[in-house]
Ligand binder design. Structure first.
Ligand code: ZN
Length: 268
C-alpha cells in the first residue's frame, strides 16, 4: 500500500511489477465524501454529493500528475470494448472495457465488488481496463478484450500482463441459481463453490477471470491478484453487497506508456 494521503495498491512482486508499472488500485480512503460514501467515492451515479465527488476527482488528478487524460466509462454490465484514440480522450463511453495506445491516458474502472481487470503489453505502450461483474465475467469479457488487443494492436496474448484488483471474494459472494447457470454454461463452472447449505452457492469472480484469460492465451503466470475481498475489508474498500446497495465506487486505473521509472510518486 502507498503511504500518501490517498492509499493505493500496486503490483509489487517481480517480474510482474516491471510489466504492470502503470497499474494503480485505489480504495475508499483519502477523500471528502461522507456517510456511506466516505470517503473517496469517485462515482457521480450513486447519489453522493456532486461537489464531494468533484473534490475527490480533483484530489486524484493532482495526486497522479503524470496522467494527462482520464478516460472514463459509463459502465452498463455489457460487452462493448471501446478503443480510446486521440479523438475520443474526453468522451465518457458507454461500455465495460477500454483499450488505448495513447501515452499519458489513464483508463479508469469504478467498482464496489466487481473485478477491475487491468492489462498491459508492449512495455506498457498498449493497455486495457475491464469492468468485470458477474455478467461480464461469465460473458468472458476479458477474452473479448484480448481479441481486440490482438486485432487492433498486434499484441500476442502470451505477451500480456494482467492485474486483478480488489473485488468481492468467494468468502462473501453468495449467488443464486441463475448466476450459477450462467457460469456453468460459459464453461466456467469450476469458479462456482457449492457449500451445500442455504444459500449454498458462491462464485470466485477473480478465479473465473483467470480461467477466461487462460483460455484466451494469457499465461497464468502473468496474471496477478492485487488486494483482497471488498466485502470483508470494510475500512479499505466500498462494497455494494456489504453496504446493501448504498456504496461509493473506488477507482482502478492503468496509465499508458508509463514504466515504473517514468511514474510520479503518486502520493497526495
Ligand atoms: Zn469476503
Amino acid at each position: 500500500m502507498g503511504t500518501g494521503t490517498i492509499p493505493f495498491w500496486r503490483v509489487s512482486q517481480p517480474p510482474a511489477a516491471q510489466y504492470l508499472g502503470g497499474v494503480t488500485f485505489l480504495g475508499r480512503q483519502g477523500g471528502a465524501s461522507t456517510g456511506e460514501f466516505a470517503s473517496l467515492n469517485l462515482s457521480h451515479a450513486v447519489g453522493d454529493s456532486v461537489s464531494a465527488v468533484d473534490r475527490n476527482w480533483s484530489k486524484v488528478k493532482s495526486s497522479f500528475p503524470a496522467v494527462r487524460y482520464w478516460a472514463r466509462m459509463r459502465q452498463v454490465h455489457g460487452s462493448t470494448v471501446f478503443v480510446v484514440d486521440e479523438c475520443s480522450l474526453e468522451q465518457v463511453k458507454e461500455c465495460d472495457a477500454l483499450v488505448t495506445a495513447v501515452p499519458g491516458v489513464a483508463l479508469c474502472v469504478l467498482t464496489a465488488d466487481c473485478v477491475p481487470v487491468l492489462m498491459a503489453a508492449l512495455g506498457g505502450r498498449v493497455v486495457a481496463a475491464v469492468h468485470a461483474g458477474w455478467r461480464g465475467t461469465a460473458g468472458r469479457l476479458v477474452g473479448e478484450v484480448v481479441q481486440v488487443l490482438v486485432r487492433e494492436f498486434s499484441v500476442e496474448p502470451n505477451a500480456l500482463w494482467v492485474a486483478l484488483g480488489p473485488s468481492i471474494g468467494p468468502c462473501c459472494y453468495e449467488v443464486g441459481a441463475d448466476v450459477v447457470a450462467a457460469f456453468r454454461s460459459a464453461g466456467l463452472g469450476s469458479a462456482v463453490r457449492d457449500l451445500g447449505g442455504s444459500p449454498s452457492y458462491r462464485v470466485d469472480l477473480r478465479y473465473a477471470n483467470r480461467l477466461a484469460l487462460s483460455d484466451a492465451g494469457v499465461p497464468l503466470s502473468q496474471v496477478v491478484d492485487v488486494g483482497g475481498c471488498t466485502a470483508c475489508l470494510a475500512a479499505e474498500f466500498f462494497s455494494h453487497r456489504r453496504q446493501q446497495g448504498l456504496a461509493g465506487r473506488q477507482l482502478s486505473f492503468v496509465s499508458c506508456g508509463q514504466t515504473p521509472l517514468q511514474l510520479g510518486s503518486g502520493q497526495g
